[in-house]
Design a binder for this molecule. Structure first.
Ligand code: ADP
Length: 177
């Protein structure tokens, strides 16, 4: 990322995060209750590099973040090796396996591949601070919350695009800032 002098100081995380108003909702996984088949469908119907994990769709409380490639590899391995893991198996990111019906297929436990402390900023965090954090911590993405609810995601590419937009709109701001 280029030095922050090129950055418009009035932008906030909420201005740069995805999804935008017109976009489809943020693609998230729930920490329990989704099946292997549902997770595969979600992952394969998008190209995102990662997915936030939340307590539930209603709460949108952030639990962690999983990378697309880790999810696909783990599901693939489990289907090949783990006794009884099928499309109907429940995917579980919680510490303890939830109670299941006795005849349910064994759950696929994926807490091990989840980043338990993904970096977050609030929607009102100024972008110059966010960019600083990206640079200093070498982040690839950061999640955006409001009052503890997950709102969106900012990737390094989103920031670069936003900077390019600002530069196009107002070339003088680069010189005078
Ligand atoms: P990159 O920005 O490097 O292409 P991604 O492929 O992960 O990284 O993201 C592509 C776009 O989709 C970015 O604008 C990003 O903010 C957004 N995005 C990333 N993950 C998700 C997600 N789980 N749900 C919705 N949008 C996402």
């Amino acid at each position: 990322l280029e030095p922050k002098e090129e950055f418009e100081h009035s932008s906030l995380a909420v201005d740069v995060m995805r999804p935008r108003r017109a976009d489809p909702a943020l693609a998230v996984l729930t920490q329990e209750g989704m099946t292997v088949g549902e997770v595969e469908t979600l992952v394969e119907s998008t190209h995102y590099s990662g997915f936030p994990v939340v307590v539930s769709q209603e709460s949108q409380r952030l639990v962690g973040f999983v990378l697309r490639r880790d999810l696909l590899i783990s599901i693939d391995n489990a289907r090949k090796r783990q006794e009884g893991v099928v499309s109907a198996s429940q995917v579980v990111f919680t510490e303890h396996a939830p109670a299941q019906a006795p005849d349910a297929p064994p759950p696929l436990r994926l807490r091990g591949i989840m980043d338990l402390s993904p970096f977050t900023v609030t929607d009102h965090t100024p972008m110059d601070i966010t960019v600083d954090i990206f640079r200093k911590l070498g982040l690839r993405q950061c999640l955006v919350t409001h009052n503890g609810r997950l709102l969106g995601i900012i990737t390094k590419k989103d920031i670069l695009k936003h900077m390019a937009q600002i530069a196009n709109r107002d070339p003088d701001s680069i010189l005078f800032n």
